[in-house]
Design a protein around this ligand. Structure first.
Ligand code: NDP
Length: 354
């Protein structure tokens, strides 16, 4: 089946839309038809820079959702607005690709999934890392038993927050801070990798850098136990320049070290060590992570397959982040709530090059 070419409405004149998603949509042959934004002057500049048609000069959500040409919306507003915008889009019959974290609490995440299901539209969440060719190969190796029973996972997800992103992420509003920004991404990788539920989290978080106003944590180190005794360590930071990223998976029959893979760039290497020695594993799919996400989302709108990350996956990732945040702030070990949303099938592993 040919993947449909989606006509998109953008909700949110954001950095991620401009730097990542509009280019990705155009690379995969989709059309960006409209923008909705709360700030008309900013929206007009954004639409002009990105060549988004806006004939009537209207940037309201209602006008966008009334447009019958729009198949799907991409929501990249700040996190607190995701649920209301997704609900309005679903009610208008538009498929929804929502940025992460899907919501600020689990109840809202579950509600978004329920509303999209009730209106018969696809909900995908733009956790890009599970889509990466590298991550899919790691999952395949683990599922095929290449390292035996998984015992431990380490994630190093550290960099220096780019200057242009030093706004709401560092402030005091709900949804700010490194945990909601990066730890939820880590969980979107680890959950489908170990194919088990996170049980509890113990974490510390701090403000390492003097960014000016605001108190949001800019570093977090978390220890989690998953079902089956799998232990997981996550290190997330906005504060460390020149730092490599890394995913390590240790089993009772071998280990996988994936260097440079906690990034949207289609980069990184995989090394497998087992009784036969050490070797690099080839990764053939080097498309941008966002292109792969769009491909699967578009197919799902035509009833083929599922989004790489659906509402339940995103809720499970959010549950880990919320437990980490609660643990760090309360200085206790806290349980991770798990989702009651039905799964739509297992996470994509097979290379998809179409
Ligand atoms: P931005 O700060 O760039 O934009 C967020 C919102 O702020 C916009 O939607 C816009 O509001 C408003 N805004 C931005 N710039 C201006 C301006 N100059 N004047 C007036 N309003 C402005 O956010 P990000 O792109 O960093 O993040 C957006 C979402 O995407 C978040 O949910 C974040 O977690 C997620 N994200 C995901 C990534 C991924 O890899 N999947 C990577 C980066 C972010 P309005 O909606 O009214 O237009």
């Amino acid at each position: 089946m040919t993947t449909p070419r989606i006509t998109w409405g953008l909700i949110g004149a954001s950095d991620i839309a401009e730097t990542r998603m509009i280019p990705a949509m155009r690379r995969v042959g989709h059309r960006v038809a409209r923008l909705a934004s709360g700030d008309a002057a900013h929206a007009a500049r954004f639409a002009g820079r990105n060549e988004i048609p806006y004939g009537t000069g209207e940037f309201g959500l209602d006008e966008l959702l009334d447009d019958p040409n729009i198949d799907a919306v991409y929501i990249s507003s700040t996190n607190a607005r995701h649920l209301a915008q997704a609900s309005a889009a679903a009610a208008a019959g538009k498929h929804v690709l929502c940025e992460k974290p899907v919501a600020l609490d689990l109840q809202s995440a579950h509600r978004m999934t329920a509303v999209c299901a009730a209106h018969g539209v696809v909900l995908g969440v733009n956790h890009h890392l599970p889509a990466a060719g590298t991550h899919r190969v790691v999952r395949e190796l683990v599922r095929d038993g290449a390292i035996g029973r998984v015992l431990a996972v380490n994630v190093q997800h550290t960099s220096l927050l780019p200057e242009r992103l030093r706004g709401w992420r560092l402030g005091d509003a709900a949804g700010s801070g490194v945990v909601m920004d990066l730890t939820c991404h880590d969980a979107s990788v680890v959950n489908p990798l170990v194919e088990a539920r996170a049980l509890h989290a113990s974490a510390i978080a701090a403000r390492q850098h003097d960014w000016g106003p605001g108190h949001a944590e800019d570093v977090a180190v978390s220890a989690l136990e998953y079902e089956g005794g799998v232990v997981v360590r996550l290190h997330d930071a906005f504060t460390t320049p020149y730092a490599p990223t890394r995913l390590e998976v240790y089993g009772d029959g071998g280990s996988i070290v994936a260097d440079g893979v906690m990034t949207p760039e289609p980069d990184g290497t995989l090394v497998l060590r087992d009784a036969r020695g050490e070797r690099e594993v080839e990764v053939s799919d080097r498309r941008h992570t966002y292109d792969i996400t769009l491909h699967h989302f578009a197919s799902a709108t035509a009833g083929e397959g599922r989004p790489v990350v659906d509402g339940r996956d995103a809720a499970d990732a959010l549950a880990v982040a919320l437990a980490v945040l609660d643990s760090a702030r309360s200085e206790r070990t806290v349980p991770v709530e798990f989702s009651t949303i039905p799964a739509t099938g297992s996470t994509i592993t097979q290379p998809e090059n179409s």
